[in-house]
Design a protein around this ligand. Sequence first.
Ligand code: UD1
Ligand code: UDP
Length: 377
Amino acid sequence: MPRIVCVAGARPNYMKIKPVMDALERRGAEVLLVHTGQHYDPAMNDVFFADLGIRPPDRFLGVGSGSHAEQTGRVMTAFEPLLEEVSPDIVVVVGDINSTLACALVTAKAGPLLAHVESGLRSRDWSMPEEVNRVATDRVSDYLLAPSPDAVENLRAEGYREDQIHLVGNVMIDTLLANLERARASDVLDRFGLTRGEFGLVTLHRPANVDDPEVLAGLLKALGEIAGRCPLVLPVHPRAAGKLAELGVPGGIQLVPPAGYLDFIALQDAARVVLTDSGGVQEETTALGVPCVTLRDNTERPITVEQGTNVLAGRDPARIVATVNGVLDAPPAPRRPELWDGRASERIAEVLVRGGSSITRPRPTDQPRPTDRTLPI
Ligand code: UD1
Ligand code: UDP
């Protein structure tokens, strides 16, 4: 049975890696969880281990915050000797954060095969650090594990081999469905004085939205107008905390600390509308059938617009207010994309444990490997 290193580093990774680890272990794989330490506050980290029942990491790299180069470089420097020591058959990375790319680059030059969960998503917006991370991670991956047909189409258009590409579905939804009943038992609505179906939920953390005070002030103006019709609750991401405190928020917007997973799912499930720039939240609202207005000009998850409840509103305050009013007047019909069925991690484990010919590069290892080693791009 293979020895598999699973990597997690920040908030959106935990709900993706947990069901994959479980499915691999059910098939007898030896799984090691490596935590890079990119996120470290209890509210951005510990609460997810508790809520999701993730065991403590086998290895903790403790890299913390820094510039892109500092953070990526620290993960790489710490991960390289670990890989050499542990010598796994496969490394699994999820999503699009700096830790994802850092561990992918190290793995690509070492022996193990590399599997990317959430492969093929593209915003085509190169100003997003995540777009760089996605494209570069896919380029050095052996197994490309795609959540949706649009992701498969992107990978084909970029010239990847068919035997590398696996349409497996969305692991985020595995975790959502597995925890929905527990989330519905949360008392978070009472704690925040909210009534089901009578409030809007907001998240903001994209650099393009929160780093520039002028842009953030425009978004807050729009949120203030919306709050006049539908009160808003905003769990504050640490990236945005300082700027929000400096600018101050209009009345009707309740700022609360970052929510734990179960509380946040309960908030989404009970919200009348969700306003967000998060990737994962666009998917969860689609699965829950809750209207979502995305405060970005583009999305790497177009299926949530085409087959879900997501509407893109951009960053212009007037357009945001008009879009939210439209959604409140005529909420989109709930629909759930195919393969967002709670079984994506089972399909991933099946692919990884079965093996196959996904290998793309010669490996510095004595183990026999398949011989087809050319990429057609
Ligand atoms: C990161 C990911 C982003 C993801 C987001 C999820 C990258 C490039 N970005 O963005 O794709 O959507 O996580 O939430 O990998 N901070 C704390 N406590 C923490 C973590 C961060 O206070 O536990 C603060 C620090 O001031 C830090 C800032 O937040 O400098 C940004 O953290 P960082 O991990 O660099 O990026 P995020 O904006 O969180
Ligand atoms: N989330 C949470 N508490 C919050 C905000 C988000 O538990 O206060 C969860 C959310 O349900 C989803 C994930 O965090 O599962 C999304 O992470 P985030 O928005 O930080 O990152 P992104 O998906 O944009 O990369």
